[in-house]
Design a binder for this molecule. Structure first.
Ligand SMILES: *[C@@H]1O[C@H](CO)[C@@H](O)[C@H](O)[C@H]1NC(C)=O
Ligand SMILES: *[C@@H]1O[C@H](CO)[C@@H](O)[C@H](O)[C@H]1NC(C)=O
Length: 405
C-alpha cells in the first residue's frame, strides 16, 4: 500500500516535470476559470497571466486546457515579464461575446492583445472564435456603448482578434482563428516573428477580416498556413522589412498585399519582402503592391513574388498606385520588384496591371509568367503606366512596356 502510493507519487511527479507541470507551470483552471463558454473568464485569465508573467526562472508555461470553451471580452496581456520567454499552451476554444451589448473595453478595437512581451510562444491546437457576424451585419462597424461599472459612454469598434505590439521573438503556431470581427492577427513593432501552421477562416464576404497584418516589424517568417478571409490574406504595411512568406494558401480574400503605403502616420517604407511557393485561389488580387496617391513619402523596394499559383484571381499581378484616386501627387516610390514563375488563371481580362504614379516604378521584372483567362477561350492582356523594367523568359500575356532580354 505504502509502496504503491509512493510509486504513484513518483510517477506523477516525474510525468509532471516531463510535461512541464513544474513550479513554472500555470493552468488557467487553477485561477477560477469556468470554461463553459458562457461565464466571462476574462478576469481569471488576467490573473493566470500575471502569475506566469511574474514567474522567475526558466520559461514559464501558461496552459489553456482542451475540451473547454473560454468566453473572453477585451483583454490585455501585458509585459515585460520576468522571464525572457513565456509559453502559452493553447488547447480548447476561446470565444468572443455573441452580442454587442456584452462587449466591454472594445474602444481599443482589440479583442486580445499582448503588449511588450518578449519571447512569447503561443502554440497548440486551440481555436479562437471572434463571432464576427454580430459586427459584419450592420454598418457602421461600431456603436456607442455604456460601461456598466462606471456609466461612461465609449465607442466600441469592431476589434482585431489577436494583436501583438512590441513582442520581439514571437512565435505563433498550430492554432485556428475564425470569424474575427476585424483583422484576425495584427503584429506591430515586433522583431523576430515566426508564424507557422495556422488556419484562419472567415467568409469571403466578411468586411475587413485581414488574415495577418504586419506593420513596423522586421525579420518575420510566415509559413505553412491556410488563410480564407474577406480581405487581405497577408498585408505588409509601413515600417516592415525582411519578411518571408512561404507555402501559404490563400483564398477567398484579397491576396497578398504590400501596403497600402502612403496613408497615415509612421514609416511608409517596406523592403525585402520575399513571397515564395504560395497558392492563391479565388482571391481579388494575387500579388499586390498598393499605395495611396496623396499623403506621406515612402518606398516599396526589394520585393519578390515567386513560384505562385493563381486560380480565378481578379488581378493576379498588380501594382496599384491609383488606389482609390488619381495618380498625381504620389510620394511612395516602387522599385526592384520581381514576379517570377506565375501560373494560373485570371478572372478579368487584365491579368497583369502595372499602374504606377508619375514617380514611375523602376526595375520591375517579370520572369516566366503564364496567365490565362479563367473563362475558357477568352484572351488576357496587360496594362502599364509609368513602368520601367524587363521581361525575362516567356511572359504571357505580353507586357509591351517592359524591355525583353
Ligand atoms: C528569408 O529567406 C532567406 C532565403 O531563404 C533567408 O536567408 C532569411 O534568413 C529568411 N529570413 C527570415 C526572417 O526568415
Ligand atoms: C501556358 O499555359 C497554358 C495552359 O496551362 C498552356 O497551354 C500553354 O502552352 C502555356 N504557354 C507557355 C508559353 O508556356
Amino acid at each position: 500500500m505504502e509502496i504503491t502510493s509512493y510509486f504513484l507519487i513518483m510517477v506523477f511527479t516525474l510525468s509532471g516535470l516531463a510535461i512541464g507541470y513544474g513550479e513554472n507551470s500555470f493552468n488557467v483552471l487553477d485561477f477560477g476559470v469556468i470554461g463553459d463558454g458562457k461565464t466571462d473568464d476574462s478576469n481569471a485569465f488576467v490573473k493566470a497571466w500575471r502569475s506566469a508573467c511574474g514567474a522567475a526562472g526558466g520559461a514559464p508555461t501558461l496552459t489553456i486546457p482542451a475540451r473547454k470553451s473560454y468566453l473572453l471580452k477585451s483583454i490585455r496581456f501585458t509585459g515585460p515579464c520576468r522571464s525572457n520567454s513565456i509559453r502559452v499552451q493553447f488547447e480548447g476554444s476561446i470565444v468572443a461575446p455573441n452580442s454587442r451589448s456584452q462587449w466591454t473595453g472594445c474602444e481599443s478595437a482589440k479583442w486580445m492583445q499582448f503588449v511588450n512581451v518578449k519571447g512569447l510562444v503561443i502554440t497548440g491546437t486551440g481555436q479562437i472564435d471572434g463571432r464576427g457576424y454580430i459586427w459584419w451585419r450592420k454598418k457602421p462597424n461600431q456603436f456607442n456603448h455604456t460601461e456598466h461599472n462606471n456609466g461612461r459612454t465609449s465607442t466600441c469598434k469592431a476589434p482585431n482578434a489577436l494583436h501583438f505590439n512590441k513582442c520581439d521573438n514571437l512565435r505563433l503556431e498550430g492554432f485556428t482563428s475564425r470569424n474575427s470581427p476585424n483583422k484576425h492577427i495584427s503584429i506591430q513593432n515586433s522583431n523576430g516573428v515566426s508564424i507557422s501552421n495556422l488556419r484562419i477562416d472567415a467568409p469571403g464576404n466578411s468586411p475587413n477580416t485581414d488574415g495577418i497584418d504586419i506593420s513596423s516589424s522586421s525579420q518575420v517568417n510566415i509559413k505553412d498556413s491556410f488563410i480564407r478571409t474577406g480581405d487581405d490574406c497577408i498585408a505588409i504595411k509601413g515600417g516592415s522589412s525582411y519578411i518571408n512568406i512561404t507555402h501559404v494558401t490563400c483564398g477567398p480574400g484579397h491576396g497578398i498585399s504590400i501596403g497600402s503605403l502612403g496613408f497615415g502616420s509612421g514609416s511608409q517604407n517596406v523592403e525585402e519582402v520575399h513571397v515564395r511557393n504560395c497558392d492563391l485561389t479565388g482571391s481579388t488580387n494575387g500579388a499586390r503592391i498598393k499605395t495611396w496617391p496623396r499623403g506621406n513619402p515612402g518606398y516599396a523596394r526589394a520585393i519578390t513574388f515567386e513560384h505562385i499559383r493563381v486560380s480565378s484571381c481578379k488581378y493576379p499581378i498588380i501594382i496599384d498606385q491609383g488606389y482609390h484616386e488619381l495618380l498625381t501627387g504620389a510620394k511612395v516610390k516602387v522599385s526592384d520588384v520581381t514576379f517570377r514563375d506565375f501560373r494560373g488563371t485570371s478572372m478579368t481580362p487584365v491579368a497583369i496591371k502595372l499602374d504606377c504614379s508619375e514617380l514611375s516604378c523602376n526595375n520591375i521584372v517579370l520572369d516566366n509568367i503564364n496567365l490565362s483567362s479563367a473563362r475558357p477561350g477568352k484572351p488576357v492582356t496587360s496594362f502599364c503606366r509609368n513602368v520601367h523594367g524587363k521581361a525575362i523568359s516567356t511572359v504571357v500575356p505580353h507586357v509591351p512596356c517592359l524591355s525583353s532580354s
